[in-house]
Design a protein around this ligand. Sequence first.
Ligand code: GUN
Length: 287
Amino acid sequence: MTGRIIDGVALAAKIREDVASRTSALIAAGTKPGLAVVLVGSDPASQVYVKNKVAACQKAGLHSVLEQYPPSMTQAELLDRVRALNADPAIHGILVQLPLPAHIDSHLVIETIAPEKDVDGFHVSNAGLLMTGKPLFRPCTPYGVMKMLASEGVQLRGAVAVVIGASNIVGKPMTMLLQSAGATVTICNSKTRDLGWHTRHADIVVVATGKPRMVDGSMIKPGAVVIDVGINRGADGKLCGDVDFDSVIQVASAVTPVPGGVGPMTIAMLLVNTLEAAERAQHKRAQ
Ligand code: GUN
């Protein structure tokens, strides 16, 4: 028996269609949703990600701007740009692509983004709202994973979930969202002793470690759902995830592929967050 492949491309396309129609309605009501994406430096992977984000916005009818700066940009200059975007009424969402160059304090930059424009959901006030069960923005990757689990009809209430990786971008917010949905969640990392013992007890495994193919079929409970957030370039030059897809799909009931799994969902949820930020701004204006 082999598991199903969870098609992130198809689900993301559906979500983007819905964003496009809500965007048309919002434009008719007088607000065009706008996203600013800021990239500092010349990391090739980040350049691809930000271009994809901006292109997806344009395709769905949102206004988007890509600001690219050299690695020599100072922290003070970046903070000035963020403050200017905070004050720009045409911009409802601000995304500063991470990682930033080492001389810039990422935490300070994120804290400078206005929380109501923080479409990544990384600001401490948004992290706090998520933790207390009243999220304003859900971070895009974990939000996309939740949509994938819902589309597969995965029962979360009472389920045992293991999240591998404890980053602020994926692991921690993923844990919060699964837990709020009623799952019992263990958060592991790539150094967890006897990681397979944890994963073999899990109905849902979410892997976000950046370690190519570190989870294989022997670590998965038969029938579990496996979500691969990783995107790595293997020794053969091909993209691969943190999950050994070929062995895991023999055991799991469903697995996300790389590419074509979580990646497109992250972008779709960024559009949702930007649209919703603009809807809130329009609502406030109308009051
Ligand atoms: N770098 C990797 N993933 C992300 C993300 O979701 N948002 C931002 N801002 N940077 C990232």
